[in-house]
Structures are given as structure tokens and as C-alpha cells.
Design a protein around this ligand. Sequence first.
Ligand code: TYD
Length: 213
Amino acid sequence: MSASQSERRQRGKFITFEGIDGAGKSSHIAGAAALVRGRGLNVLTTREPGGTALGEKLRELLLHEAMHLETEALLMFAARREHLERVIEPALACGDWVICDRFSDATYAYQSGGRGLDKAKFAQLERWVHGHLQPDLTLLFDLPSSIASQRIAAQARQLDRFEQERAEFHERVRRAYLERAAAAPQRIHCIDASQAPDIIKTLLQEAIVEHCL
Ligand code: TYD
């Protein structure tokens, strides 16, 4: 085995979870991490925006403070830059796996699909911030926005700026996610999130085993 082959083997895998608000992805992250740990591997779970002390402060602003749409997009990438530098890259480099609740696909889906910003700008930012790195696997939880909205409405809690958006916004976000999945089928694995939790768990475990283990 060449030195570069052995380096590739040692590097951890990077898995991201995506989907519209209310698709239910967050509740499956712990199960995915348990699967990877069960194989004797170290795994770190984290989230965006957030994942670092500064990133969590930016998250608070992004979720609750009114701001210009471009400020919102730029802050998503600023938080990501910090997250990559301090958390994601070091973990992958030492062989740990990273499971991240949202990454750049969310910026394309929400800030371009949802908010209508030009996605060419995000391609530039993406190259700048993580041109060298893409997730090994992205699990996209797909759900009609009408069902997702009902799930969110059933939760008795204060909704953030994105959750408060109208159903049309979430439908545009969903379409943008599906477009990205169609353009990168080898990376983005789509899961029908209207199915029972047990079935979803099985499907996502199969995808992780097939793509990453
Ligand atoms: P979310 O991941 O849904 O967290 P929770 O499960 O705690 O509600 O919340 C993050 C929100 O941020 C979500 O509504 C999508 C939004 N977001 C963007 O708009 N762009 C991005 O690039 C990222 C990472 C998130």
C-alpha cells in the first residue's frame, strides 16, 4: 500500500444530514453515531450553524435576529469557516468521523432556494471556504413541506426565523435540496422522511454501511 493510500484510509469520514425544518433528521443523528461507534470508530456529532463557541453565538443571531439576506448567507459561511478550522478538519485528520447536522447544501437550499439569492455566489464562497472538502455522504431527509409544517406547528415552543417562514418558502427549500441531490447522486442519498422512524433508521444505516464503511 502506498503512503497516500494509507493516509486516505486513516482519514475519518464526513457525513452530513440535511432536510427542510420538521423533516426529523436531528433525531436520527444519535442512531447514526451509535452505528459508527459500534464499529470501533470515534465519531463526533456537531451542527451548523454552530459547532464552535463563536459559531454558536452566530447561530443565536442567525436564528433570532433580523438581518439583510446577504448578511445571513455570509454569516453561515463565516461560522462554517470557523467550524472547519477548529472542529471538522482536525477530527477528520486524526481519523475520527464527523457527523454534522447541516452543511453547505443547507446554504444553497435556504439562502438560494428559499431566499432567492444567486447560487453562483455560493459556489464561489464554497470554493473559498472548503474547496478541498466535501462530505463523503449526505443524508437528505425529504418530506412535503405541508407535513413538515404540521410537525413544527405541533411542537409547543418558540419558533426560529426559518421555522416561522411560510409553507411556500419551505417548498422552495425542498425543491432546491432535491435539485442538489439530482446533481450529485453519488454523494447525496435521499430518504423519504414520511416513513416510520424504524424504517428510516434502517435505510440510513444501510446508506452509511454502503457508502462509508
Ligand atoms: P436546525 O438545523 O433545523 O436546528 P434545530 O433542529 O435545532 O431546529 O436549525 C438551523 C436553521 O438554520 C434551519 O432552519 C436551517 C437554517 N440554515 C440555513 O438557512 N442555512 C445554512 O447554511 C444552515 C447551516 C442552516
